[in-house]
Design a binder for this molecule. Structure first.
Ligand code: AMP
Ligand code: TRP
Length: 340
């Protein structure tokens, strides 16, 4: 089975990314042939600082390995190292409609937050479709907010196949059972995010332990005092999901454990559980981030594997679409009469 997912290097990675995505990457790498892509080309579609892109790309690579991606099993690579991605995106642009891109909720949300709305932000989901389809992907582990983008990738693949003949595999999105949408601790009506959320309500994977403890202690709770999930209790429901993941228990078990104990003690315990969850990741991260040569070596190896896997699919797309194949210089040379 082929597994593929992508994650943006800009913006510090938070508990939502970890629970919704990274943790799933680590679990799915056991199930098949997995590719995880640091999507730096997607990161330039909103305002960003070029002087920070390099650091955030290497930092994310170190974090992915630290969280448990095994370079012997999974292919971890940087999107811009594999030119097939933007090439395939251009080809797929011809089977993606303006109307469907305009309906993407992430585009609408991000466009509202930008002074300059780039053309890249609009065509962002086409590049994402290219990422996925170039690897004949069966499953895409992601958080809930990416559901619409993977739906689009499926529609685009089906349209390509209908128009040019069976070429692309139709991918399927998979979401974690618990924690597909982790909410901001201060404003539990919105998702945790470094761009849209509050700083105090966003727990970073690399936050120092005391910062993590404080963020949970000050988390907003709801009226009442029962530790149970309910639509009227978005704050507590979110904390129960986080606790379930951190302690590797069912949410029901968390509710039973805190029956009759009130919110205060529960919040302190969730904070402690997350500190314990992130401690080993932060240690491994620091070690890896300190060895840049090794990190670059791992990424170079990943890029080579990714190029090998994606190149035949790109060539098949060109063929199906009717492009003339480029002949090599040597062939032309051989056909020409020899000059004396
Ligand atoms: P990004 O950092 O935007 O590239 O997101 C990387 C992955 O994290 C994607 O699979 C998202 O669906 C997932 N993700 C982002 N925010 C959250 C959240 N608040 N809860 C759960 N998953 C999330
Ligand atoms: N758009 C995704 C996000 O913001 C990142 C992404 C890019 C991705 N390419 C992908 C996710 C391919 C899954 C598969 O989270």
């Amino acid at each position: 089975m082929r597994i593929f997912s992508g994650i943006q290097p800009t913006g510090a990675k938070h508990l939502g990314n970890y629970i919704g995505a990274i943790r799933q990457y680590v679990a799915t790498q056991e199930q098949g042939d997995a590719f995880f892509c640091i999507v730096d080309l997607h990161s330039i579609t909103v305002e960003y600082d070029p002087s920070e892109l390099r650091e955030s790309t290497l930092s994310l690579a170190a974090l992915l390995f630290a969280a448990g991606l095994d370079p012997e099993r999974s292919t971890v690579f940087v999107q811009s190292h594999v030119p097939a991605h933007p090439e395939a995106a251009w080809l797929l642009g011809s089977v993606t409609s303006f109307g469907e891109l305009r309906r993407m909720t992430q585009f609408k949300d991000k466009a509202d937050a930008q002074e300059f709305v780039s053309a890249g932000l609009f065509s962002y989901p086409v590049l994402q479709a290219a990422d996925i389809l170039l690897y004949r992907t069966d499953i895409v582990p992601i958080g809930e907010d990416q559901r619409q983008h993977v739906e689009l990738a499926r529609d685009v693949a089906e349209r390509f196949n209908a128009r040019f003949g069976e070429t692309l595999t139709i991918p399927k999105a998979v979401f974690p059972e618990v924690g597909a949408r982790i909410m901001d601790l201060q404003e539990p009506e919105r998702k945790m995010s470094t761009t849209g959320g509050t700083a105090q309500g966003t727990v970073l994977v690399l936050d120092p332990p005391d910062t993590i403890r404080k963020k949970f202690k000050t988390a907003v709770t709801d009226s009442g005092r029962e530790v149970v999930r309910s639509p009227e209790k978005p704050g507590i429901s979110n904390l129960i999901e986080i606790m379930a993941v951190a302690r590797a228990e069912e949410p029901e078990a968390v509710e039973a454990h805190y029956d009759g104990q009130g919110y205060g003690a529960f919040k302190v315990d969730v904070g402690e559980a997350v500190v314990e969850l992130f401690d080993p990741i932060r240690d491994a991260y620091e070690e890896l981030r300190g060895d840049e040569t090794e990190l670059q070596r791992l990424l170079a190896r990943g890029a080579e594997k990714a190029r090998k896997a994606s190149e035949p699919v790109l060539q098949e797309m060109y063929d199906r679409m009717g492009f003339v194949k480029a002949k090599t210089g040597r062939l032309f040379g051989a056909a020409r009469p020899k000059r004396l």
